[in-house]
Design a protein around this ligand. Structure first.
Ligand code: MG
Length: 216
């Protein structure tokens, strides 16, 4: 029985077609290019090659290069106008409100970004908790402690909490600690991976029906 829901934020609670997360990725690449004095294409290559060993690009910079200015990094990649492309999503709000389970957000982004996005979508009040990268002391998904700390803080149990994220390695991280997770795979990129998938968050109630009936 699923008794609570834990959501990723970016590209999970809104469509990647908004371009929002793509904008964040471009600003991260620009930051890396400046940091190392590289061209953008070189920065993309270096980041792709080295940051994947870490939960986030920031974690890579801090661990491998002693970078100590996470606030500066977040200001650079999350400008105040970053969510101008989002509109209120009343359909999603209705879907979330019709699912009578407690819900929380677990993001590897900082809190002001999370609040900005949720406010823009008009769904802030749907969640009992928002857990950002500072809550996890800058060591976020897919580290086991990030999920476990949030479950404990929200009063959710691993056994009865469904986690939804658009990145396979974050979904895998939750499954690896014994949880049940669903991959939001909007563009069918990961049909070869062994995860339960949904195309849009609007399918959430159907997934819950399937999961709950499989418990019986
Ligand atoms: Mg995401």
């Amino acid at each position: 029985m699923i008794c609570s829901l834990l959501f990723d934020l970016d590209n999970t609670l809104y469509s990647e077609a908004t371009g929002l997360e793509n904008g964040v990725a471009q600003r991260i690449n620009l930051f890396i290019a400046d940091f190392f004095g590289l061209s953008i294409s070189e920065a993309i290559r270096v980041r792709r090659e080295h940051a994947k060993a870490y939960g986030t690009t920031l974690e890579w910079l801090m661990r491998d290069y002693g970078f100590q200015e996470p606030e500066e990094y977040f200001r650079a990649i999350h400008p105040e106008d970053e969510a101008d492309c989002l509109n209120p999503d009343m359909v999603l709000k209705l879907i979330l409100n019709n699912i009578p389970l407690p819900k929380a957000v677990l993001t590897n982004a900082p809190m002001d970004h999370a609040i900005r996005i949720l406010d823009k979508l008009g769904i802030s009040e749907c969640f009992s908790g928002i857990y950002d990268i500072w809550f996890n002391k800058l060591v976020g998904k897919p580290h086991p402690g990030s999920y476990l700390g949030v479950l404990e803080a929200s009063g959710f149990t691993l056994e009865h909490t469904l986690f939804i994220d658009d990145l396979p390695r974050y979904v895998k991280g939750y499954i690896d600690i014994g949880g049940l997770a669903v991959l939001k795979d909007e563009m069918d990129r990961f049909s070869d991976l062994p995860f339960r998938r949904l195309k849009t968050i609007y399918e959430l109630d159907q997934i819950l029906d399937q999961l709950n009936s499989s418990y019986i």
